[in-house]
Design a protein around this ligand. Sequence first.
Ligand code: HEM
Length: 194
Amino acid sequence: MPQAASTVNRYTTVAIVLHWAIALMIIGLILFGLLMTQEWVPNRFAIYQWHKSIGITVLILSALRLMWRLTHRPPALPASMPLWQRNASHATHGLFYALMIVMPLLGWAMVSASELPIPTVLYGLVGLPDMPGVPESEAVEGRFRLLHEIGAKLFIALIVLHVGAALKHHFKDKDDVLRRMIPWLNKHRLKTKV
Ligand code: HEM
């Protein structure tokens, strides 16, 4: 059952671990995703396989994170935060969750539509089947590729906004918004969820 937001002032350990693990993976996926599409980059095949493996891992972890989020209310935002900032924060977080699920699905759909016989073997161990219902067609692959590229740009914009907002809370507003996601930044003991 969801807990009242007002009783806690930090995220649960599970939420914190998932947040930072997924964040690191997404930043890596974006950096290496942009690199691997450049022809001069060596070992592109290996980077593609890592990209696909980590992308599917993000899909699984994001599904877990979404389930955790729906059953565990986050700590309340500072009372001093204006309504427009609260709305912006909720909209950004909603878009993040949507992209964390949709981007890997678009990547999977793209490689499923490819006419090239290149298998995806996750971490060199498990073969990724084609997404059911996706036809093998260059045109369909191209459409999913375009959507994947647009999603990547949207992700970059959201990350800039999200990091900028977190830093503003920490350094300008001097509130606990960043600290509750990085508890070791705290000088005082925090009350955790039980
Ligand atoms: C959160 C998850 C993911 C993120 C953030 C991400 C990000 C990116 C980025 C930034 C690019 C470069 C786009 C560009 O050229 O502008 C890219 C390309 C690509 N991604 Fe992903 N990706 C994700 C998941 C996946 C998954 C799960 C797969 C496949 C199973 C995949 C397959 C590909 C492929 C094949 C390309 C190259 C497209 C091309 O040849 O132009 N991605 N991705």
